[in-house]
Design a protein around this ligand. Structure first.
Ligand SMILES: Cc1ncc(COP(=O)(O)O)c(C=O)c1O
Length: 429
């Protein structure tokens, strides 16, 4: 009779989020003994909450043995690893059996490329986006040595945007896979993964999506997007230095094993992680789940019992807050004479993650970073392992590259004010 009243979305409590991290991150005690640093190198790697450290410590102090043997310590080790693995699968809406956790995204893509190559014939084609970080580029390009034809998917030379309208011309009946990023670690632009995947599938090919620069900022939904392979790294998502590969079950089963020869082809976990699992780090992933639960509880979201849905609610809080951070930066940087900002000049949460890369006329990017460092603003310059993208937008000195300032949900508007204030001075002088 009465339509249910929509609950107001709570405001994200950034102070609460910051209180979940070690004191050295936002309190006193950072490496030089002082603090007051504003941290904008989040696209390089995020801070890690206490919950992750607690899980890692518990594993190493109480269960640092070979897991899965028939004695209590070993059983506990296995349980803890399964808890970390399963929680991450649930957070992205995947079945835990379709998730492989390996050493890094670079390694996971490398293994995947080797695992898929036997399915293809000489002359088959792989489309590789220039927008990629090398992690989702080099392994596919290396297949050229084995007779695979690499097709380059260019970017817009002014903005670095993916040229989505050109994809149709690149796809052929020989295309086997399209490798592209969900978000560029340089431009911050969010690509429409579902739409691109649909187009690629219509041409009979599959996708390998690098989500390393996406996963810290917005909720992942691998089933809804229908992606074949989707990868990201936990050290950018408040966790340890390991990476996740999701694949559709049938794709994972078809892929050829790259591990020890005795692992059967239906043992997805072992055949696609030749290094073997990083025990304590996988166990520590449960701490990311605890962090999201703490945020959900604090913001009154624990009524949602489905982990995937609840994770999305927490990411919605991040998105609103990050948009506010992005608005302040875009307000400063977009259309500013003397400053070239790559990517979309939009702060909308649907359009971009709060990762900004730019150059300043007449200044080396290293000089800009030094000026910011002097004001205790942490960021970096360079090509961030995406030199092809920088070259494609006309930045020839890729070593000096762009200045990148990247924000996370735990940054504050005050910190962005400091960044913008410091950059105002740099642009003027
Ligand atoms: C967009 C993107 N893809 C891939 C990687 C590589 O991830 P990993 O260090 O886990 O290999 C990075 C690392 O910075 C990245 O930013």
């Amino acid at each position: 009779m009465f339509p249910p009243r929509a609950l107001p979305t709570p405001e994200f409590d950034v102070a609460f989020a910051r209180a979940q991290f070690p004191n050295a991150c936002f309190g006193t005690g950072i490496a030089d003994g002082s603090n007051g640093w504003a941290f904008f190198e989040n696209a390089g790697g995020s801070y890690v909450p206490n919950s992750v450290i607690r899980h890692m410590t518990a594993y190493m102090t109480e269960s640092q043995v070979q897991p899965s043997a028939p004695y209590p310590q070993s059983q506990l080790a296995a349980q803890r690893m399964a808890a970390g693995h399963d929680r991450m699968a649930a957070m992205i809406g995947a079945d835990a059996r379709d998730v492989v956790i390996g050493p890094s995204t670079s390694m996971n893509v490398y293994v995947l490329s080797k695992a898929l190559r036997p399915l293809w014939k000489e002359g088959d084609e792989v489309i590789v986006a220039t927008l990629n970080h090398e992690a989702n580029s080099s392994p596919w390009r290396r297949l050229e040595e084995t007779g695979i034809k690499i097709i380059h998917w260019p970017v817009h030379p002014d903005t670095g945007a993916l040229t989505v309208d050109l994809l149709g011309d690149l796809l052929t009946d020989r295309t086997r896979l399209v490798a592209f990023p969900h978000v560029s670690n340089i431009t911050g632009d969010i690509n429409d993964v579902a739409a691109i995947t649909k187009q690629v599938h219509a041409a009979g090919a599959m996708v390998s999506v690098d989500a390393v620069a996406y996963a810290p900022h917005r909720a992942v939904d691998v089933k809804a997007w229908d992606v074949d392979f989707y990868l990201f790294s936990f050290y950018k998502v408040m966790g340890p230095h390991i990476g996740l590969l999701y694949g559709k079950r049938e794709r994972l089963l078809d892929a050829h094993g790259q591990g020890h020869l005795f692992f059967p082809e239906d043992d997805i976990q072992h055949k696609l992680n030749p290094t073997g699992p990083q025990h304590e780090m996988i166990a520590a992933l449960a701490g990311i789940g605890d962090y999201f639960d703490a945020l959900a509880a604090h913001h009154g979201l624990m009524g949602e019992t489905d982990i995937h849905a609840r994770t999305k609610q927490v990411f919605d809080l991040f998105a609103k807050h990050e948009q506010r951070l992005a608005e302040r930066f875009i307000d400063f940087a977009a259309n500013r004479p003397g400053l070239r900002l790559l990517g979309r000049h939009s702060a909308r949460a649907e359009d971009r993650a709060p990762t900004f890369s730019f150059t300043i006329d007449g200044k080396k990017s290293a000089e800009v970073v030094e000026a910011l460092r002097a004001q205790k603003i942490a960021c970096w310059n360079g090509d961030f392992y995406a030199p092809r993208l920088l070259e494609a937008v006309g930045i020839t000195d890729t070593e000096d590259g762009v200045v990148r300032t990247s924000m996370a949900h735990y940054n504050t508007v005050d910190e962005v004010e400091r960044l913008v204030g410091a950059l105002e001075t740099v642009v003027k002088n």
